[in-house]
Design a binder for this molecule. Sequence first.
Ligand SMILES: Nc1ncnc2c1ncn2[C@@H]1O[C@H](COP(=O)(O)OP(=O)(O)OP(=O)(O)O)[C@@H](O)[C@H]1O
Length: 356
Amino acid sequence: MARIELDLAHSYQPNPRQDSDYALLPLKMTFDDGGAYALLGPSGCGKSTMLNIMSGLLVPSQGQVLFDGRDVTRATPQQRNIAQVFQFPVIYDTMTVAENLAFPLKNRKLPEERIRQRVGQIAEMLEMSGQLGQRAAGLSADAKQKISLGRGLVREDVAAVLFDEPLTVIDPHLKWQLRRKLKQIHHELKLTLIYVTHDQVEALTFADQVVVMTRGRAVQVGTPGALFERPQHAFVGHFIGSPGMNFLPCEARAGQVMVAGQALPVQRSLPEGALQLGVRPEYLALAEAGQGGALPCTVARVQDVGTYQMLTATIGAHTLKARCASAQRLPAVGETVWLQVLGEHTCFYQNEELLA
Ligand SMILES: Nc1ncnc2c1ncn2[C@@H]1O[C@H](COP(=O)(O)OP(=O)(O)OP(=O)(O)O)[C@@H](O)[C@H]1O
């Protein structure tokens, strides 16, 4: 396994002039040996570009890739000793499940006994022990993709295993199981795993560290908890959470913030000027009328989601969402509700970046 360091940028265009010409803007990033990482972001943000640069399928237009301090920028995936799992199964239909799993080990000329043990271990982890003798051709798409995952995980000597949206073809119920399984496998095998996805649930359940990307930039690298509690960039607030963070434009001035025409006292020292206040629906509590740090809003909608209620309220042109307990009595649509926008979980942003 290896510690992977990136110090690079990539443009698919020969003469990039502006930020939008780059698939990856200049970035520095380290993936620690044995870590479980996810690259998370919407379509086109640069995830596959970053993964392909790590695997050696793509040479960055600027900068370097280091594996354990060694420059591998121009080395092939084989030279880097990388295993990669793609969206669709890459297996040999004519071989059995066991032969497919053994293939990467046979190539490395491992002793037969060690191959048998390792194939058995991986098959057991993926709950495929009963299918080892079956020919891959007759299996379902799910089972074939499980073999692909197994082939990615079977070697112990790889620098890293890279997954590019590997659960896309998997049935939703099995997807949930496999995500948990991969996390467990990571703990058992201690391989460096890097997992690309646009699905936050997938990223947050699998990874210890999530790299959130937008428009060619990695805007935050953090634990699932950190991304939820302290989004370093407004995009992370929007993108993580369901629904994402509420944002209100505000103006900071002499110990107060002006929000939707109301002056609210703040304890924190904030730079004067235009800011954004961010508060997650989970932390937007109902308040008493006139309570400090609360705003009078109008109830627009109340949805009972079973385990909780989602309250949607407006203030001026702004909409706020609050996640409330299912037993909580909420005002009716059209009534006024006071919402506590200021509190310990409230974040302030300037030019999209979290203020310290
Ligand atoms: N081979 C290529 N030639 C030119 N532009 C490309 C190429 N591959 C990707 N791009 C562009 O680079 C940007 C980043 O693409 P990339 O595939 O890395 O994003 P992504 O986050 O993986 O998206 P997706 O989930 O849709 O694959 C996009 O604007 C994309 O159109």
